[in-house]
Structure formats: structure tokens, C-alpha cells
Write a protein that binds this ligand. Sequence first.
Ligand code: CAA
Length: 380
Amino acid sequence: MDFNLSEEHIMIRNAARDFAQTELLPGVIERDNKQKFPNELVKKMGALGFMGIMVDPKYGGSGMDAISYVLIMEELSKIDASASVMVSVNNSLVCYGLETYGSEEQKQKYLTKLATGEFLGAFCLSEPEAGSDATSQKTTAIDKGDHYLINGTKNWITNGGSADVYLVIAQTDKEKGSHGINAFIVEKGMKGFHVGPKEDKLGIRGSDTHTLQFNDVKVPKENRIGANGSGFRFAMKTLSGGRIGIASQALGIASGAYELALKYSKERKAFGTEICNHQAIAFKLADMYTEIEAARYLVMKAAWDKDQGNNYDRSSAMAKLYASKVAMEHTVEAVQIHGGNGFVKEYHVERLMRDAKITQIYEGTSEIQKIVISRGLIRD
Ligand code: CAA
């Protein structure tokens, strides 16, 4: 067992750290205030290979491993979780889904552009009445011979207004339940496909979250991903990898808040000394560091499982469950350590605290992660 990162991994982490400091940090408060994320930053991340981190170079990707993905995600998330969720969805839901389950034609047509940042992807599973209960899909995709006709509504879609390619999960045969669900590639601009209003959110305000409407959208048959009826398993397998991305996002939010709190506690004085010298603050730092390290090991283990070809359904659920709890609890502590300044935007920790909450909700709530973990334990 080796807990050290390789030289290559350290270089990758440092490249992501530099990018986050030089490109994401300036403007992060303004993007949060104005709820916007500039497209040119997506292109810059594409140029660095961050939009197709694990994709085979023959499809334009960087051909890196899942450990590298976690390292990049952590560094981006320390500074800007709105940027990192864009990266996570594009990489582990859209690119992974297409590379693993798509046809060669689909890979050539879409993956090659998604992996380089030329296109941005979105993953459309959630609905007004199908969030946690993902098998209850109301969006329908009716087989019309040479095409499917898609009707329905998708909610809370990351990259919803800015994506070029949407992977859409829909019910083709209700009688067959989860075995009657399919996944489709829908392109921006297809007739009948409408992007609804942008959500006004508590956190990750720079990320572009929308409701989507599908009114008789005609999708060619060759845009179905995988065999007929395989869409639910496609979504579940893809989400297992997505949860490694969100777990590493939570890890980054937590470690970013910890680093700010440590620095502040060494500068701020009260009662005649730096506040880190007061046990009330020092013990908070000790708890934060210990639990963030524990989260890191769970996240790295899930990534390692993926790299080894092991099943990672449970390890990714455990990593997301724990890292998101640590992110929520310790961003609150980081605000507390900052005192009044913690409540002020220019100190960044209040944003990290707001951003942390979503990591306990999207790509499966913490309660859903406990279902995945406990079902696996009981089954095995
Ligand atoms: N791999 C392969 N197959 C799987 C699977 C997996 N990981 N999980 C389930 N399945 C299969 C089951 O084996 C079952 O198949 P059989 O009928 O052949 O036995 C079938 O799928 C149905 O599974 P369940 O009976 O377990 O289904 P369920 O209704 O009990 O739900 C659930 C399972 C785990 C709760 C699932 O609904 C779930 O994960 N819900 C959360 C959804 C979610 O994560 N949404 C996130 C939205 S995406 C997002 O947030 C992206 C973003 O923008 C950031």
C-alpha cells in the first residue's frame, strides 16, 4: 500500500491548482453574485484537458486515471465549485456515459467534441416527481420506427442552458418499469426542445441550472444509447462514477475552507494572541483536518477502485456520503473561525458554506447513498 502520489499526479494537481488560482479565483465572487459562468473558462479548461480527463486520447481526451480526476476536481472546488460541477458532469456523467455505453458513431460525433471542451454536456435524469425515485420517469420516449418522440420535463439540470449535448433518460415502455427506460442524445436546437428559466440558487450560483421542456422532440433512433431498455442501468452505472466527482468536489470545498480558516486563525489576534493559540480554535482545526483526511481516503479509495476495474458502486456512495457531510460541517466551522468576517463575501468561506449543501443533495441525496450502501451490505 502506497499513500504517496506519483510525480505525475503531483504535476497534474499543481496544474489544476495554478489554473484555479490564476483563472478561477479572480471573478469568483462576481460570478456567484451575478449567477453566471463565462464560456471562455470552459474552453480554457478544455485546452488543459480538464473536460475529458479520463477519456481515451483517440477520442480527444486526456487519458488520465480516476485519481487524477479527483485531484483536479479537488483543486478546482477549493476555489470555485460552480466551475467544478460543470467539469464533473461533463466528465463523469456525459463523457463516461458515451465512452462506455455509446456506439462508435456516437463517440466520433459527440465524445470527441465533449472531451476537448468544444461541446459542453448535460445529464437529464431528474424530474419534478422523479428526483430520488429515479425509476418513476414521467418523460416518455415513444418508439416511432426510425425515431423516438420525447415528451416531458426535466428539472435542476446542471449546464442546462449552456450545453450542446444532453443525455436524456425517458420511459419507453411503462409496463416494463426500470427495464423499459432508455437514454438518448438530444442536441441543442432540436425542434420542440426548450430551455426553461434559470434557477436562482443558494449555492453553486455560477453553475447554469435550468428546467428543460421536451415537446414532441424527434430523436433519431441512432441517438439511443445502448440496447433497448438499458437506460436505467446506464444512469445508475454512470452516476456511480459521478458520485466520485461530487465526493471530490465536497472534499475540495472542505479543504478550501480549512485552508482559509487555518490562515486566518494564524493572522487574526484576540486576547493578545493569534486566535489559533486558543484551544477553542485549535481543536476545531484539529477536527477539521482529521475528518477531511478521512474523507480524502474514502474518495481516493473509490477512485482507486474505478482505476482497478473493481465495482465502485458502494465505495463511491460512501465517499460522497462522508465527504459531503464533512464539507457541510466544516465550512460552517470555517465561517465560525472567521467570526464576523466569515459572514462577509470577500472572505470566501460563506460561499463555500453555501456551495457545500448541494453536495448532500445532487447525484443522489445522502439518504440515497445510505440506501445504496446498505442494500449492497445486506445483499453481499
Ligand atoms: N448498476 C446496475 N444496475 C443497477 C444499479 C447499478 N448501480 N442500481 C440499480 N440497478 C438495477 C437493479 O439491479 C434493478 O434491476 P433488476 O430489476 O433487473 O433487478 C433496477 O436497476 C432497478 O433498481 P432498484 O430496484 O434498486 O430501483 P429503485 O427504484 O429501488 O431505486 C435507487 C434505486 C438507488 C434509489 C435509484 O433510484 C437512485 O440512485 N436514485 C437517485 C437518483 C440520483 O442520483 N439522481 C441524481 C440526478 S443527476 C444529477 O444530480 C446530475 C447533476 O446535474 C449534478
